[in-house]
Design a protein around this ligand. Structure first.
Ligand SMILES: Nc1ncnc2c1ncn2[C@@H]1O[C@H](COP(=O)(O)OP(=O)(O)OP(=O)(O)O)[C@@H](O)[C@H]1O
Ligand SMILES: [Mg+2]
Length: 390
């Protein structure tokens, strides 16, 4: 298997994930899903694989929504995806264009466009297209919408942006509850959590139960067995034999996260003293990845996300919490509060709890009876590197 350090992964190169995928299809029998995970955990690769290898009675459509700015463009994208699927299946599609025409849409060089007069009615059009499509097609229709939080974020910036973003979420929820659209399921995922968008919308007084009917799922790292298989396959692809225990050491050193495994395998393959020398000192390779000024693992994201998505007054507390846990963990809430107060005397218990909750949602930390700790050792070490903590 060829090493891939972050480019699009073809479905056949997605190692493991069989059980997660089977479980997700079972979940989708019931309900729509929000798929959460840390950055670069493999969300996009996973859902693209699901679309490429969907069960025969499922129509699975993938769409990256990152560059969609308006509800009209979203609707046009949905139409384009349906149209393309009908084409690849060599199925009749006049019915789709007829519905589109009936709601006032036009067809420009086989691309659907809503003329300005209809743009105000996008919500009704969206509901109509989806309900009618569900009636026209047999089987389950699943929309895999990657980067939907970024689309909502784009919409939020426009005129009346927050209200428009919430209106989109509310329209999608209405579709999920429409008897005529019972066969439709949605999968929301993306590199920033939906909760950031919802918190911002709530802050503007928009309190809609936007996604509370969806199942919230967490995409974990690879299982230990799959992570070891990935290490072995990548190194075998570079003609580097590796023992089972060495493969396990490599996988465990990055918490079985496939993106980091790909980078460690590159480090072994390209080591200046040869692969054998590299394999003897995996901690050194790991250290290089953590401290590289080029930041090939995009670990700065863990600091930048707080700077971008946390309110100013929350940022400082979040940094103090993570710094304290980088020094020592697990820590009980009381101890943590005292440690944070050493840096910021006026910190209140309530705001500490709120920020702990945010950090849990963003998958930095987890809580057990023993207290709070980083969810992953590798991310704890990344935080130490980012903050110059010895
Ligand atoms: N199952 C896997 N097998 C092998 N490599 C994987 C697997 N999953 C992820 N990777 C590696 O991680 C990289 C990132 O995967 P992907 O783009 O799917 O993650 P993501 O969670 O969508 O990231 P982002 O949060 O940036 O959108 C891939 O390019 C590949 O190097
Ligand atoms: Mg992605």
């Amino acid at each position: 298997m060829r090493i891939n350090t972050g480019a699009a992964l073809s479905p056949s190169d997605v190692v493991g994930r069989g059980r997660v995928i089977a479980q997700l299809w079972r979940d989708l029998d019931n309900q729509s899903v929000v798929l959460n995970a840390e950055r670069r955990m493999g969300k996009t690769s996973l859902i693209k694989k699901m679309c490429a290898e969907s069960p025969t009675d499922v129509i699975a459509l993938y769409r990256d929504l990152e560059n969609i700015q308006t509800p009209e463009a979203f609707l046009e994208a949905i139409l384009a995806d349906l149209d393309e699927w009908l084409s690849t299946q060599r199925r009749a599609k006049e019915w789709l264009w007829n519905i589109w025409g009936a709601i006032g849409g036009t067809q420009v060089r086989s691309i659907g466009k809503l003329p300005p007069a209809q743009q105000r009615d996008w919500e009704l059009s969206l509901k109509t297209i989806l309900a009618e499509t569900a009636q026209a097609l047999d089987g389950r229709l699943v929309f895999f919408w990657d980067e939907i939080p970024l689309m909502l974020d784009n919409m939020k910036r426009g005129k009346n942006g927050a209200a428009v973003a919430m209106q989109v979420l509310s329209a999608l929820r209405a579709i999920r509850h429409d008897d005529k659209a019972k066969s439709i399921r949605m999968v929301f995922t993306g590199s920033i959590g939906m909760h950031h968008i919802l918190t911002e919308l709530r802050g503007k007084g928009l309190n809609h139960p936007a996604i509370n009917d969806m199942l919230s799922k967490l995409l974990p790292p690879l299982s230990e067995e799959d992570a070891v298989n990935l290490v072995t396959a990548l190194l075998a692809g570079a003609n580097i034999p590796v023992s089972g225990s060495k493969a396990q050491e490599i996988a465990a050193s990055v918490d079985n996260i496939p993106f980091y495994i790909q980078h460690l395998a590159t480090g072994v393959r390209d080591h200046q003293s040869g692969a054998d020398a590299a394999l003897v000192n995996i901690p050194e390779l790991r250290y290089k990845l953590l401290y590289s000024p080029q930041d090939p693992l995009y670990l700065r994201h863990y600091r930048e996300r707080i700077e971008i998505y946390y309110a100013k007054k929350e940022q400082e507390t979040a940094f103090h919490i993570l710094d304290a846990l980088a020094h020592e963990q697990p820590l009980l809430a009381d101890t943590l509060l005292n440690r944070v107060k050493l840096k910021a005397q006026k910190t209140k218990e309530l705001s500490l709890f709120e920020i702990l909750e945010l950090l849990e949602q963003d998958l930095y930390i987890e809580r057990s009876a023993r207290g709070y700790q980083f969810q992953r050792n590798f991310i704890r070490d990344a935080w130490k590197a980012l903050r110059n903590i010895a």
